[in-house]
Design a binder for this molecule. Structure first.
Ligand code: GLV
Length: 313
């Protein structure tokens, strides 16, 4: 059976990973990157999140690098990353469902302006500010319809939102109006009472969300960022909120992370910040996914979430 080396989350988390793999893939040999004896035998597969600089040379000889993140931009940007080695992104049903749950919560929070309730509660203010608008009366638009985006879109359509999505190339997703390509972006943005960013961070998408970009949305739209902090020009986002271009934002990703205590985002009355928690599946669910990837690669198959270094995700 294949040999998997785990570097993700450092030496402290190894036992958690080992137990998780023991439950779902007892045949897989699982070793810690940090154990001295690991160095003597080459790995078949490596599970990583943010490898140290000096880990990269040893990654260049493995059959695949599997990332515990759905986003792999940090790996692709590392000058030492061995681009010839297959890189597989995190997937699996729990990862997708957690993201769908988070975006549903964030969208309904924006719809009902739940941030106002939190502010009122903090100082004991009872003010009745009911918002009589339902999910069915709300258009939600998702940028990025990959593995996570399409699952989120399908879920939101089931919840009752009117859903559209934007991606590079045309495709069909039941219950979702799909816009494809750069030219379709302005029309797509017009459909967004709430805009969800689930794009991968690439040189093409980094810095995409500027003040001008946001003015394409219907006035007073909401914004949810579950992509990457670097998609957003932060001063532009704050200006858009202050000017009423946006009515609220929920940010699970920001730049930098952790968000410094001095950041203006924390106390902004229209911003809800969550600490990059939208979608991290349990170790057992992640281990199950990783074991499936390894089994399929051992059979000579190509994993569905294999990164294309040309596309950058
Ligand atoms: C988290 O953002 C991830 O990439 O999974």
């Amino acid at each position: 059976m294949a040999r998997l080396i785990i570097s993700a989350d450092g030496p402290e988390k190894f036992d958690v990973w080992k137990n998780a793999f023991a439950q779902v893939a007892p045949d897989l040999t699982v070793c810690s990157w940090y154990a001295p004896e690991t160095k003597s035998e080459p790995a078949d597969y490596v599970l990583v999140w943010t490898p140290e600089k000096d880990h990269y040379p040893a990654l260049s000889g493995v059959k695949a690098i599997i990332c515990t993140g759905a986003g792999v931009d940090h790996l692709l940007r590392a000058p030492e990353f061995p681009h010839h080695v297959p890189l597989v992104r995190m997937g699996g049903t729990q990862t997708a469902q957690l993201m769908a749950d988070y975006v549903t919560w964030a969208a309904i929070s924006l719809l009902r302006q739940a941030r106002t309730w939190a502010i009122q509660q903090a100082d004991g203010t009872w003010a009745n500010n009911c918002i009589a608008r339902t999910t069915a009366e709300t258009r939600i638009a998702i940028m990025g319809l990959g593995h996570l985006g399409s699952s989120v879109a399908t879920h939101l359509a089931r919840v009752g939102f009117q859903v559209s999505g934007w991606k590079r190339s045309a495709s069909v997703l039941p219950g979702v109006q799909v816009y494809a390509g750069q030219d379709a972006l302005p029309d797509f943005l017009k459909t967004a009472d709430i805009l969800v960013n689930l794009l991968p961070s690439t040189p093409q998408t980094c810095g995409l969300v500027t003040y001008d970009f946001l003015t394409n949305l219907p006035k007073g739209a909401g914004f949810i960022n579950v992509g990457r902090g670097d998609h957003v020009m932060q001063p532009d986002l704050i200006k858009a909120l202050d000017d009423g271009v946006l009515s609220g934002a929920v940010l699970d990703v920001v730049t930098p992370e952790p968000l410094p205590v001095t950041s203006a985002l924390w106390a902004h009355p229209k911003i809800t910040v969550t600490p990059h928690v939208a979608s991290e599946a349990s170790p057992v669910m992640q281990a199950d996914y990783v074991a499936q990837v390894i089994k399929s690669m051992e059979r000579g198959e190509t994993p569905a979430l294999l990164c294309d270094p040309q596309k950058g995700y």
